[in-house]
Design a protein around this ligand. Structure first.
Ligand code: FES
Length: 174
């Protein structure tokens, strides 16, 4: 997922959005806090009247931007988009691939790209124009993969290896 609008500033990935009023950014901040807790990676979130800023860096890596920050930013973007771009749900399917013999498994090696395409097609066939299914970088649920997460619920899934079963999952997205 392209992180359009996000910028690296002083070793952190950051983005600011503007809104009318404060209720929407405050609600988003609460949803982002839940996402951070689930990921075990915490961003700085600033809420004001009409604006929301999220800033994420990896302190363990010396205050630099890592894949963990990019994955968190993708999740945050999904939460914001679900409220402002007309999509009712976003489904991120991890298509990250690690080399043979890597210390952790990776979803691409378990066929996640084909499963993502099948889920996307099944959602389209059901007329779910307000559900966006897209690929994502590592979601840090590698051992449980092929992994996906649905926003705004923050519901984690292990995709079944069978394409027909993945298509049935689209029913859950209605
Ligand atoms: S490789 Fe898919 S969650 Fe990490």
């Amino acid at each position: 997922m392209a992180l359009e609008g996000w910028q690296e500033v002083d070793g952190a990935l950051q983005r600011t959005w503007t809104f009318d009023g404060m209720a929407r950014p405050a609600a988003l901040a609460a949803a982002i806090a839940g996402l951070c807790d689930r990921m075990g990676h915490h961003a700085d979130v600033t809420v004001g009247w009409g604006h929301l800023t999220v800033r994420t860096t990896t302190h363990d890596a010396g205050g630099t931007v890592t894949d963990l920050d990019r994955t968190l930013a993708e999740g945050v973007q999904g939460l914001v988009d679900a409220g402002v771009d007309g999509f009712r749900r976003h489904v991120f399917v991890c298509t990250h691939e690690r080399p043979e013999g890597a210390g952790r498994p990776s979803c691409a090696r378990r066929g996640s790209m084909d499963l993502m395409v099948a889920l996307k097609r099944a959602a389209r066939e059901r007329g779910l124009d307000d559900v966006r299914v897209q690929k994502s970088g590592c979601l840090d649920h590698c051992e449980a993969g092929p992994s996906a997460v649905i926003y705004p619920e923050g519901r984690w899934l292990t995709l079944p290896a069978d394409v027909a079963k993945v298509e049935e999952l689209a029913q859950d997205l209605t």
